[in-house]
Design a protein around this ligand. Structure first.
Ligand code: SF4
Length: 377
């Protein structure tokens, strides 16, 4: 008879110490059979109980390559757990395990990504159909940032398109332009625009597509002339960073260098000293000489960790004193010691909870988009 899962409410009164001890007890018991992944934006309390820390795609690749684990817990948000499920439960992997799927668990099902939610399959299909009235769709490569739903990745995969990360966006766009003359880039307008500008594509060759407006807010002529159609999506955490925040950092800390994430708007990226993915920003700080001063424009949990690790070179978030309480991804913060302990104890008991499963019909095309991305590097 199948067991009933443990209740989350039973963990509500446990102290942080008790929760930590219980999580570690499960990790000891299951060893390499349990893989706990932690995105860089997770709290230190959660990170302390993870096997691997990284950005979204680094973590999914780990999930895909670890052949000896039997369950995965993703300390991150929903699209990351979907990607982990798509890669860890490839048909050949399932066959090698005698038909067994690995459960990929997300400790809080409300941990979504507001940017990924700004592009749904219905709206993208509608956009594609409208574009088809003005351009030859065989000339357009659809590209989705990995911060998107599995359905969007499947949409791109099924149409000869692919996924990208903030690390490989340029390589992916170069690959796409070598195949076809136009791209549709979803959902992050800023990553698309910043990368295209870096590649020498002019602003006049890009249009923004707002799905709430007829023809996305464009004229037929503008669509026909566009080399890149950028979805109107954005990350609310990175979009909050403005040029005035960089100016304040420079006023408060003369000589400070500024590194920002390419999900920031074009004016911020242009004004910064360096723009790069989460992994690149961490590397810049690691490689900086002691005494160099860096202000970082990305999610605050990561920046605060960098300040603790490298107090001799990181001054904090861009914006200085005006950054207090800003730039926190609320959905990333939904993973806590409480729901992590509940998740791992249910796995140990054989009653996994909050299992993210991408239907194979969607996963097959989404996997195509992810595999093309890896090949385009
Ligand atoms: S930081 Fe931005 S892109 Fe990342 S999960 Fe949060 S809302 Fe999504």
């Amino acid at each position: 008879m199948s067991q009933i899962p443990l209740l989350l409410s039973d963990y509500a009164t446990l102290s942080a110490k008790e929760l930590s001890e219980r999580i570690e007890a499960v990790r000891q018991q299951l060893g390499r059979k349990l893989l706990i992944l932690g995105h860089h934006y997770q709290s230190d309390a959660v990170i302390a109980h993870t096997d691997i820390q990284g950005d979204s795609f680094q973590l999914s690749r780990e999930a895909s390559e670890r052949v000896d684990c039997e369950s995965i817990v993703f300390g991150g948000v929903h699209f990351m757990a979907e990607t982990a499920d798509i890669l860890a439960n490839r048909p050949e992997r399932i066959a090698s395990r005698g038909g067994r799927r690995i459960p990929v668990c997300l400790p809080d099902l409300e941990a979504g990504c507001p940017m990924a939610d700004l592009a749904n399959e219905v709206e993208i299909t509608d956009c594609w159909t409208q574009l088809g009235s003005y351009v030859d769709l065989t000339e357009v490569t659809p590209i989705t940032y990995v911060n998107s739903t599995a359905a969007l990745k499947a949409f791109c995969g099924a149409r000869g398109g692919l996924a990208c990360t903030s690390t490989n966006a340029r390589a992916v766009l170069e690959w796409a332009f070598a195949q076809r003359p136009r791209v549709l880039f979803v959902p992050d307008q800023h990553l698309g625009c910043n990368t295209l500008v870096q590649m020498g594509v002019r602003r006049e060759e890009m249009i923004l597509w707002n799905p709430k407006l007829p023809l996305g807010g464009n004229t037929p002529e503008a669509i026909q002339q566009a080399k890149a159609i950028l979805w109107y999506g954005y990350c609310e955490v990175h979009q909050e960073i403005g040029v005035q925040d960089l100016e304040r950092s420079r006023q408060e800390t003369p000589g400070v260098k500024i590194g920002v994430h390419p999900e920031c708007c074009e004016a911020v990226v242009t004004s910064a000293d360096v723009a790069g993915s989460t992994a690149k920003l961490i590397q810049i700080v690691k490689n900086a000489a002691p005494g160099e001063r860096w202000a970082i424009g990305t999610e605050r949990i990561l920046v605060e960790r960098l300040v603790r690790l490298y107090p001799d070179r990181v001054v904090g978030c861009v914006g200085g004193s005006a950054s207090v309480g800003r730039y926190q991804c609320k959905t990333m913060a939904k993973t806590t010691l409480t729901n992590l302990a509940w998740t791992v104890e249910n796995i140990a008991r054989g009653t996994p909870v909050n299992v993210i499963t991408v239907p194979e019909a969607v996963a097959t095309d989404a996997r195509l988009a992810l595999e093309r991305m890896l090949a385009a590097k």
